[in-house]
Design a protein around this ligand. Structure first.
Ligand code: 9MR
Length: 390
């Protein structure tokens, strides 16, 4: 089995996102009848190429958006303009993480996150709060997991600041609490070592005591199929529901790998969505981006078509299950995390010739729409309407 480890996470002792996706989520035995993604759905005919994605989404009672960074918002007016045009929801890339909001114990700072909130207000965009609790992105003084007392002060400080915000509509109350594998948990819920289910329950309770007017998410990755992680994620959702706490939505991050070598686990993912429906917790696609795994095609054009077809296949399934919100982890390949040296999957990092094949988002480096943008548009156009999201 291949493993890819991000330098950053290796230090923390966690298996990487990419290795998990490779191992569990999509890596099934090769199927003889695995059709060529190149040939499938190749045309994208009758697509509305002039309407912004937010408008196409609104027509179906849905929201479309992206992760956003205050730094680029300030430095790149063309990027800011594109976000305002295309998006009806955004997630701050890092501005609401613990290291940004409470760098010193009890000292809160919201300058950068507020700049994003102001932008949202100006352009009528919903803001998704990411995140109150994570094992990464914490200042040095915070241990993982933190004590309930430290956690409570943090949640009160951060959620309290946005209690009256007209744009902030939802929170990732907890992010990535499920361990990366069976070997890395010490409890039947599959939680990261040291994390007790009661702590997560209390976190949701504290959040509800501060501001129950927002939607509460449990957010995680590598749950887009029948995986060890998805089984434990669902178990935690069920535990939270049974504990009677407010949990409205499941954030399905969707950092996806597609390949001509292994199929997407449609059946497994459909079962995850069905189980969430039974639990009355609505799914949201919170961090979508798509990497094409080796063997890579011989041209960027073909690669872009494979990415687009993968978007279409994935979103068709999501929309058929009633998903009403899709957030991509970036809008343009110019800013994708996956090209950053700290995060680039090893397989790509070790092969400089592969770098240019990391094109996971709907717009290119020059902010020009790619075929993936058309695939999202077409999936939206073909989707059954959702009950309108506010
Ligand atoms: O894309 C984000 C990257 O720029 C940050 O350095 C990193 C640490 O804060 O977080 C990345 O975003 C992650 C998100 O917060 C949670 N899911 C996985 C995302 C990609 O690593």
């Amino acid at each position: 089995m291949k493993t890819y480890r991000r330098k950053f996470l290796k230090r923390a002792g966690y298996t990487t996102l990419s290795s998990l996706l490779m191992m569990g989520c999509f890596q099934k035995e090769k199927e003889k009848d695995n059709h060529s993604m190149d040939a499938a759905m190749a045309n994208y005919k009758n697509i509305n190429t002039s309407s912004p994605l937010r408008q196409l989404a609104a027509t179906k009672g849905k929201l479309y958006g992206t992760a956003i960074s205050s730094e680029f918002l300030q430095k790149e007016p063309d990027y800011a303009k594109l976000i305002a045009r295309e998006c009806s929801i955004v997630t701050p890339n890092g501005e609401l993480k613990w290291n940004a909001t409470e760098p010193q114990p009890g000292n809160f700072t919201f300058e950068l996150a507020d700049a994003i909130a102001d932008f949202c207000q100006k352009h009528n965009i919903a803001l998704h709060g990411h995140t109150l609790f994570w094992h990464i992105g914490n200042p040095d003084w915070v241990s993982y997991p933190p004590t309930l007392k430290i956690l409570e002060r943090h949640v009160k400080g951060v959620m309290g600041h946005y209690r009256n915000s007209p744009v902030l509509k939802s929170w990732d109350i907890a992010n990535e609490i499920i361990a990366d594998s069976e070997q890395e948990t010490d409890n039947p819920y599959g939680l990261r070592k040291g994390v007790k289910p009661e702590l997560i329950r209390d976190l949701f309770l504290i959040a509800a005591s501060v501001d129950s007017s927002k939607e509460f998410y449990l957010n995680d990755f590598a749950i887009e199929g029948a995986t060890w992680k998805s089984a434990h994620f669902l178990k935690m959702v069920e535990y939270l529901k049974n504990s009677g706490v407010k949990i409205d939505r499941a954030g399905i991050q969707s950092h996806l790998w597609f390949s001509t070598n292994y199929p997407f686990d449609e059946k497994g993912f459909s079962n995850v969505l069905k189980r969430l429906k039974d639990l009355e917790v609505k799914p949201v696609i919170t961090e979508l981006d798509i990497i094409i795994d080796t063997p890579l095609p011989n041209s960027i054009q073909k690669l872009d078509r494979m990415v687009a077809n993968s978007y279409k296949q994935y979103l068709d399934l999501c929309f058929a299950a009633g998903v009403d919100t899709v957030i991509t982890w970036g809008l343009s390949d110019r800013h994708t995390w996956i090209r950053h040296p700290d995060w680039m999957p090893k397989k790509f990092k070790d092969n400089p010739a592969f770098h240019k094949f990391l094109r996971p988002l709907p717009f290119d480096e020059n902010l020009q729409p790619k075929l993936a943008r058309n695939a999202i548009a077409q999936a939206l156009q073909q989707a059954t309407p959702s009950v309108r999201r506010k």
